[in-house]
Design a protein. Structure first.
Length: 150
């Protein structure tokens, strides 16, 4: 039996560990921006990218088909969600045209050096969704067989 302070500290650590697991799971399911917004925190660009690359393909297809944001939100979030809906549709269209899987294209976005270099300095409040769309399209152009924009 530990002292009351040790038990209190252990409960606090267990709570923090559970929170970390929930946040990690939300990141890997493409829902981390929702977690940040629910906590009233700003959503960095890398978190928006995580929605595009970690959302399961079937959910991504459904979201692309709907093309609308989920729930009430602020103007900046609406812009980001619009950018994500656009890119999700382009990702799915590209998968259909090339015969590549959506997952393959998502992995390409994760591992592409250009986006990887941009993550540390990618500040949603400075760069915004327009630059995000450009960066993602640049990676996807590699699979279209052209360097021309969409």
């Amino acid at each position: 039996m530990g002292s009351p302070s040790h038990r209190s500290r252990d409960r606090r650590f267990e709570g923090q560990a559970r929170q970390l697991v929930r946040e990690s799971q939300s990141f890997l399911m493409g829902r981390y921006p929702d977690v940040l917004r629910a906590q009233g925190l700003p959503v960095p660009g890398w978190a928006w990218l995580s929605m595009l690359v970690h959302t399961p393909p079937d959910v991504l297809v459904a979201q692309a088909a709907e093309g609308k944001a989920c729930g009430p939100t602020d103007h900046v979030t609406v812009l980001w969600q619009g950018a994500l809906a656009l890119l999700a549709r382009e990702l799915i269209t590209l998968a259909d045209r090339t015969g590549l899987s959506v997952e393959h294209l998502q992995h390409a976005l994760i591992f592409d050096e250009g986006l990887e270099r941009a993550w540390p300095v990618f500040d949603a409040s400075v760069i915004g969704p327009s630059r995000f769309v450009q960066d993602v399209r640049q990676v996807l152009c590699r699979f279209r067989g052209t360097s021309q924009p969409w």
